[in-house]
Design a protein around this ligand. Structure first.
Ligand SMILES: Nc1ncnc2c1ncn2[C@@H]1O[C@H](COP(=O)(O)OP(=O)(O)O)[C@@H](O)[C@H]1O
Ligand SMILES: [Mg+2]
Length: 239
């Protein structure tokens, strides 16, 4: 089976510095692939390169067709990036933030219908449709940022640290919403996360990215397990 999203030998360079050094992977339709690793490892650079927000070398293919190298065309092709730190338009209302996400959607009927569906799913945002987004909580802003991306009818979502800085209860709300999206839209997701336990709740497979290189590909479930107790600590405990 060929992957819906295929990334081949992707590299991102900032001046002399190589942030992503030849990364390759595929994601099946409806699959969530996590990319985990410490701060500075290259997760955001990788995600932005896939969404064509930074320059890169290598190939990004969606259903076998190269994703155009400009960001607006990439959205049109179906790849949408949800930025780290949410980046909602704080001065705009919730409704207008969602509207902005649909800039690539021609027919008013289509984006209005999608917005209505999102409001059904996220009643808290529906209640606050005319409120300025800057007044929402962090968790609500994250839901809005994801909702804004869904307004473009993406086939691939790139989520950059969706759990970062959220309260434990907000993390649960965001997790539940992402699970609904996975199922309802059969969404293909590239999930960039420092929080391995959160990644394990949504993904089956994870790439561990270190200094721009894929160190290993792991079963995401192993990320949620506590670190193994060293053998000598265990025997000390028994004594
Ligand atoms: N716009 C930029 N200009 C120069 N260097 C950058 C830029 N963005 C990121 N970097 C560098 O690229 C490396 C990877 O960063 P990043 O992709 O943000 O990693 P992560 O998202 O895993 O924290 C880091 O060393 C970072 O300092
Ligand atoms: Mg990052």
């Amino acid at each position: 089976m060929t992957a819906q999203l295929e990334v081949r030998d992707l590299a991102v360079r900032y001046g002399q510095a190589l942030a992503v050094r030849g990364v390759s992977f595929g994601i099946e339709r409806g699959e969530t692939l996590a990319v985990v690793g410490a701060n500075g490892g290259g997760k955001s650079s990788l995600g932005k390169a896939v969404a064509r927000l930074v320059g890169s070398t290598g190939d990004v293919l969606l259903d076998g067709t190269p994703v155009p190298r400009t960001a607006v065309a990439a959205v049109g092709a179906g790849v949408v990036y949800v930025p780290e730190g949410r980046m909602v338009f704080t001065q705009l209302s919730v409704a207008d933030n969602l509207r902005a996400g649909a800039f690539s959607v021609r027919r008013k009927h289509d984006w209005e219908a999608r917005r209505a569906t999102l409001y059904e799913r996220l009643p808290r945002l529906a209640e606050r449709a005319s409120v300025r987004a800057g007044l929402l909580s962090g968790g609500e802003q994250q839901l809005l940022a994801i909702g804004r991306a869904l307004m473009a009818f993406p086939s691939v979502l790139v989520l950059d640290e969706p759990s970062l800085g959220l309260s434990p209860s907000a993390v649960v709300t965001v997790t539940d919403f992402l699970r609904e999206i996975q199922q309802e839209y059969d969404m293909t997701v590239l999930l960039l996360e420092q929080n391995a336990a959160f990644a394990a709740k949504l993904a089956r497979r994870a790439l561990v990215l270190e200094l721009g290189v894929v160190r290993e590909v792991v079963d995401a479930a192993t990320l949620a397990e506590p670190a193994p107790v060293p053998a000598d600590a265990e025997s000390a405990e028994r004594q």
